[in-house]
Design a protein around this ligand. Structure first.
Ligand code: URA
Length: 243
């Protein structure tokens, strides 16, 4: 385990893991994309590194990175956490110490952002999303509504894109169907870092023919990582504004 550095003194987290369990950043960040999670877990605290590839959340993240683009590897990103050590019982969100440790850990976060300025930050889970965007709106459903959409934020005086996505630990808890969503959001983060972000016009087919449906089916079959979303309507919803 790595001992907590002197900057941690006075933080409520300083005594967790008897003063040990600090995690470093991982990766080169060569793509200009940071991947930021919530806090270290047990394996991360032992190894001193985030999202261990043999641990539950880390293995999903590692798989998704590999599937996002041929030849891509964890080392192409800069991976770290909002809180660099491991909270008691692995609980940070909603705990009485949450805001204090998140604020105190800014000293480590900001040094990384200064030394390796990101073009894009992929924020995994609500804690990273809220901390990095200062989002203070309605909590419920926020992440599922906003994930995948780049938000422009000011970070240490620079404009940076934040792309929110689901946390791999959430995906691991019975939500594996969201794996293609995380892959999609990783691709989007890389794309935004390479080309910037402008909203492209969608090409909706409102009255598909059987031929359109068959072509669509072939496209879906040929793309196992494609994200497919759907919306069921029923007669009661007829004339709803949502229609
Ligand atoms: N969960 C996180 O948010 N970060 C890690 O590094 C591991 C699990």
């Amino acid at each position: 385990m790595i001992s907590k550095p002197s900057q941690c003194s006075g933080c409520l987290g300083q005594k967790w893991d008897e003063g040990d369990g600090f995690t470093q950043t991982e990766g080169t960040g060569r793509l200009g994309v940071h991947i930021v999670g919530e806090a270290a877990g047990k394996n991360e605290a032992v190894d001193g590194l985030p999202f261990r590839p043999y641990a539950q959340a880390g293995s999903i993240l590692t798989q998704c990175i590999k599937r996002a683009e041929a030849g891509l590897d964890r080392s192409d990103f800069l991976i770290h956490n909002i809180v660099r050590c491991r909270p008691p019982n692995d609980l940070l969100a909603g705990q009485w110490f949450e805001s204090q440790v998140i604020d105190r850990c800014a000293i480590h976060r900001n040094k990384v952002f200064k030394d390796h300025p990101p073009k894009v930050i992929l924020a995994l889970g609500a804690t990273a999303f809220k901390t990095l965007t200062n989002y203070s709106g309605e909590e419920k459903e926020t992440l599922s509504m906003m994930r995948g959409y780049p938000l422009r934020v000011k970070l240490l005086g620079r404009s940076v894109w934040v792309v929110p996505s689901f946390h791999p630990a959430y995906i691991a808890r019975g939500k594996r169907s969201l794996i293609p969503v995380l892959i999609h959001d990783i691709r989007r983060a890389i794309d935004v870092a390479r080309k910037g972000w402008t909203i492209t016009k969608k090409d909706y087919v409102l009255y598909p023919s059987i031929g359109d449906a068959k072509t669509f089916l072939q496209q879906v079959i040929a793309s196992p990582d494609a994200m497919l979303s759907f919306d069921l309507e029923n007669p009661e919803m007829h004339d709803d504004s949502e229609d």
